[in-house]
Ligand binder design. Sequence first.
Ligand code: UDP
Ligand code: MG
Length: 314
Amino acid sequence: MKLSLIVPCYNEQEALPIFYKEVTAVMAQMDCAYELLLIDDGSRDGTLALMKSLAREDEHVVWLSFSRNFGKEAAMYAGFCNATGDYVAVMDADMQDPPSLLPRMVEILADGEYDSVAARRTDRSGEPPVRSWFSRQFYRLINRLSDAEIVSGARDFRLMRRDMADAIVRMGEYNRFSKGIFGWVGFKTYWLPYENVERVAGETKWSFWKLFKYAVDGIINFSQAPLSIASWFGIGMTAFSFFMLCFIVLRRLIFGDPVAGWASTICVIVFIGGLQMFFLGIIGQYLAKTYVESKHRPHYIVSDTNGEDIKKIG
Ligand code: UDP
Ligand code: MG
């Protein structure tokens, strides 16, 4: 049994040595064959040099270096495309996905009942309350809108069987939202709860605004509901305005209405104009995704690696 550990790294020169030490210690205890797939996502600090020096000392280390920063999703995809293990795991380099959970995860898979084990934070301590609130609302919303099961507090930290990893590679969409993809491919997942851990070193790459955009992208990638909402809203407003029209015509016939209500007319026009723009925007978002998708661009480009048989463009 061989284990592949996929680790996307972007400017992780502080955290990576700590992670490497810990993961190596854990793997030494487990006594199974493994590879450590370090993906350098176009880092601008000493991350790549560090990977190279680790690889010189340790034959488990396989590193791939991207030609620029393609984002964590692309880095994970590159990992999946190049992982050779029977079990494949994805984890962050910042120790927020504790390597100490790995033995337990492997044990659960080895029992044979489950196809994947996913880590799930039981709390969100150390996170600003506003962010936690938004994040909880996001999970509520996306689960109502989408048919892929997306669990709140789930991280991308997961161990899975080869079959599931192959299915993920086949999900070749350009706009990737892993939490949705993992849910979409299905398979039996065991949720392993653990307490939230803060990043050991370095800084998170997520600002509030970036997270917000990530959430919107997630919804657009895994749900068509916003488009139907636009249609339903349109139908509702048409029905409403029809009744208003009947009311006004009758009032005119019965009371003979003098000209009035200029301000309210303008308000209604602006309101409807705004709604139309808003829904046009939603359609635009989907169209933009479709446009990017239709170009079939590669997800990542590897400029350098120490591995053999590496899929360099994928
Ligand atoms: N990461 C990456 N490319 C990016 C941004 C992040 O490969 O463009 C990696 C990063 O090095 C880390 C993981 O993705 O291993 C998670 O990043 P981070 O800790 O910043 O996110 P958070 O844990 O706050 O969600
Ligand atoms: Mg992190």
